[in-house]
Design a protein around this ligand. Structure first.
Ligand code: CTP
Ligand code: MG
Length: 182
């Protein structure tokens, strides 16, 4: 396959997962924080997950990622002649849900390593949601996952996601939406 096609398909397939975390960030920025998933509880001196993981962010992020996949399916069907991968009902749910569960899991380990909320954990911050989305989708929709996630697509995801992450965060910083440029 041409590089360009691989990259295009990869972005298409990962978009519902990519948009779930920024959606969580934006809803909290727009409407204020919500109830933390860990209920404010600690393990030893550190929070289980921290105030950066709320039910509001989790549910809105999943919802927004699902809407993204549904809109992609409609665009694909009505404008692109089904040229790009179609999201089955299970991946519509598991791509964003897995992404945010991966993000929660990473926060759990960040707190165990005594990293404060928002403190950077290079590569983990950029890839936690990729693995979360892949693992949940693989287990719940194995056939669909294997059909679309070829090794070329997976390799492109692992190489390009950290690069996209940096680009978008730098843009967010320049626009004044984000406090740190990473
Ligand atoms: N967010 C949320 N609920 C989630 C995920 C994200 O409310 N399940 C919101 C929080 O306001 C969070 C912001 O989105 O601060 C950015 O998300 P993220 O970078 O994942 O969290 P951090 O604040 O960096 O916390 P951590 O160190 O635990 O990753
Ligand atoms: Mg963060």
């Amino acid at each position: 396959m041409e590089y360009f096609i691989v990259i295009l398909k990869m972005i298409w397939l990962m978009l519902p997962a990519y948009l779930s975390n920024p959606a969580a960030t934006l809803i909290v920025a727009a409407t204020g924080s919500g109830r933390p998933i860990d209920g404010g509880k600690y393990i030893g001196k550190e929070r289980i997950l921290g105030d950066g993981k709320t039910y509001k962010g989790l549910f809105f992020g999943i919802f927004f990622g699902m809407i993204t996949a549904v809109v992609q399916n409609l665009i694909n069907k009505y404008f692109l002649n089904n040229m790009l991968p179609l999201f089955d009902i299970i991946p519509v749910i598991t791509l964003p849900a897995g992404a945010l569960l991966g993000d929660l899991t990473a926060s759990f380990f960040k707190r165990r390593l005594r990293l404060k909320r928002g403190q950077a954990f290079p590569l983990v911050d950029q890839l936690d949601f990729v693995f979360g989305a892949w693992i949940l989708t693989y287990f719940l929709s194995t056939y669909w996952f294997i059909k679309y996630f070829s090794w070329q697509i997976m390799l492109a995801t692992l190489i390009l996601t950290p690069a996209f992450h940096l680009m978008f965060n730098l843009a967010g910083y320049k626009l004044g939406v984000k406090k740190e440029p990473w």
